[in-house]
Design a protein around this ligand. Structure first.
Ligand SMILES: Cc1ncc(COP(=O)(O)O)c(C=O)c1O
Length: 395
C-alpha cells in the first residue's frame, strides 16, 4: 500500500476584526466599521456611530436603506411567493423585464435575468460567440467585468483578477483611444465589451468618440457591441443608462448592482437580432428571475422614475463638483453619481480620514481617486457634510 502523502500543516485560523477566530476566508480588505442598520443614506454602526454612505455597498444600495415603498414590495412578494425557478412562468418576472426594457436604450427589447454582474457579462459573451460563430473578444485597458472565467478574461490586469490557468477564449486588449479600439476589431471579432465609464478604474469615462468608434467598427465587421453597465446603469449617471446619455446603442447591455436595490440580480438586455438564434436550454441559471428579486427590480425602477431620482443624480453630482473641490481634492471625473474625486494624496489615506469624520467613500484601482457611488436618495445636506469634512483635511 502506498504511504499517504504528508498533508501540509493547517495554518492558524483567520481572525475577525475583533481578533477572534473566523470561519470566513480572509479574502477581503475590510474597513474597520460594521454597519448594522440604515436609513436613507445613513448607516448606523455596531459601535454606535453614524456614517453618511457615499459608497452604497459598491453601488448596490441605489435607493439607500429602509425605503418604505421598496420594503413593502419585498414583504408583499415574500409573503405571496418568494421563489420559484424559471421552470415555471411568473407574471412578476414578465413585469420586471418590461420595466427594464422601458428604460433601456431603444431597440433593446429582450431580457434574460441572472444574479451577478459577472454572470451577466459571462452570458453576454456566450450570446456573442453563439451569434457570430467567432472566438475573439476585444476589451480595453483598465476594464473590470467580474471574476468568473469569461468575465475575468476580459478584465484588465489578469495576474490580479484572473486566477485560472488560462483564458477560455482569445482576448485582445486595446488602449483607451477610439483609434486603438477600432483597429483591434476585425472579421475574427465576436464582440467588443466596454464599460462606458470604467468604474473600478476610477470612474473614468471612455468618451463618446471611443464608444462611437467601437459601434461603427463592430457594425462594419459583423461583431457585437456589449456595454457593461453593471456599475453605470440604473440611473446613476443621470440617465437610465450611459448608453442613452451618450446616444450609443449596443447589441447587448449588462446590468447588475443596483438593479434590485440590494438583492442579487443582474440582466442581459438584448437587441432581438443578437439573440435570434437562442432557444430553450441555451442560457440558464437557478436563481435568476426569482420572484422576490423580480419584485425588487420592478419596484426599484418604479421608484427611480416616480421619485425623480435619475435627474436628482445629476443635480447632486453638480453640487458635489461645486462644493468638494477643497482640501486634497483637485479634480473630478465620471458622470452623475459614478464620480471620481482626484486627490493630491493617496485615496486610501483620505478614505480613512473621512471615515474618522463619519463619511464612507470608496477607492479605486487608481491610487489617487476616491470613488463615490452613493444611494440616489442622498441629500444636499449630506453633500455639504462631505465638503466640510474634505475641507478639514490637509491638501
Ligand atoms: C462594470 C462592472 N462589471 C461587472 C462587475 C462584476 O459584478 P459582480 O461583482 O456582481 O459579479 C462589476 C463589479 O464591480 C463592475 O463594476
Amino acid at each position: 500500500m502506498l504511504a499517504p502523502l504528508p498533508r501540509p500543516a493547517a495554518p492558524a485560523p483567520p481572525l475577525d476584526v475583533a481578533g477572534a477566530p473566523s470561519a470566513l476566508l480572509p479574502v477581503y480588505a475590510q474597513l474597520p466599521v460594521e454597519p448594522i442598520s440604515g436609513d436613507g443614506s445613513i448607516l448606523l454602526t455596531r459601535d454606535g456611530r453614524r456614517l453618511i454612505d457615499f459608497y452604497g455597498g459598491h453601488a448596490v444600495a441605489l435607493l439607500g436603506y429602509g425605503h418604505p415603498r421598496f420594503l413593502a414590495a419585498l414583504e408583499r412578494q415574500a409573503r405571496a411567493l418568494h421563489f420559484q425557478s424559471n421552470a415555471v412562468p411568473a407574471e412578476v418576472r414578465e413585469r420586471a423585464a418590461a420595466a427594464l426594457v422601458a428604460i433601456a436604450p431603444e431597440g433593446l427589447s429582450q431580457v434574460a435575468f441572472f444574479n451577478s454582474g459577472a454572470e451577466a457579462n459571462e452570458n453576454a459573451l456566450r450570446i456573442a460567440f453563439r451569434a457570430t460563430g467567432r472566438e475573439r473578444v476585444v476589451a480595453v485597458e483598465g476594464a473590470f467585468h467580474g471574476r468568473t472565467a469569461a468575465a475575468a478574461a476580459v478584465t484588465w490586469g489578469a495576474s490580479k483578477w484572473y486566477g485560472f490557468p488560462r483564458a477560455p477564449f482569445d482576448v485582445v486588449f486595446a488602449a483607451r483611444t477610439p483609434e486603438a479600439v477600432a483597429a483591434a476589431i476585425d472579421d475574427r471579432t465576436a464582440a467588443v465589451i466596454l464599460e462606458p465609464i470604467q468604474g473600478v478604474a476610477g470612474a473614468r469615462p471612455l468618451g463618446v468618440e471611443l464608444l462611437e468608434a467601437a459601434r461603427a467598427a463592430t457594425l462594419a465587421h459583423g461583431a457585437l457591441l456589449i456595454l457593461d453597465e453593471v456599475q453605470s446603469g440604473m440611473g446613476r449617471v443621470g440617465a437610465p443608462f450611459a448608453a442613452r446619455l451618450y446616444g450609443v446603442t449596443p447589441d447587448l447591455l449588462t446590468v447588475g448592482k443596483g438593479l434590485a436595490g440590494g438583492l442579487p440580480a443582474s440582466a442581459v438586455v438584448a437587441r432581438p437580432e443578437a439573440v435570434a438564434g437562442l432557444g430553450v436550454g441555451d442560457l440558464g441559471t437557478t436563481f435568476g428571475g426569482g420572484q422576490l428579486a423580480m419584485a425588487a427590480v420592478e419596484e426599484v425602477i418604479a421608484i427611480l422614475l416616480e421619485e425623480g431620482l435619475i435627474p436628482r443624480a445629476r443635480v447632486l453630482a453638480e453640487q458635489i463638483r461645486r462644493a468638494c473641490a477643497v482640501g486634497p481634492v483637485v479634480g473630478f471625473q465620471g458622470e452623475g453619481l459614478l464620480l471620481g474625486l482626484r486627490t493630491t494624496r493617496p485615496a486610501a489615506t483620505i478614505q480613512a480620514e473621512l471615515l474618522a469624520r463619519g463619511i464612507l467613500v470608496g477607492t479605486s484601482a487608481d491610487p489617487h481617486v476616491i470613488r463615490l457611488l452613493p444611494p440616489l436618495v442622498l441629500g444636499a445636506a449630506q453633500v455639504e457634510a462631505l465638503a466640510a469634512a474634505l475641507a478639514e483635511l490637509p491638501a
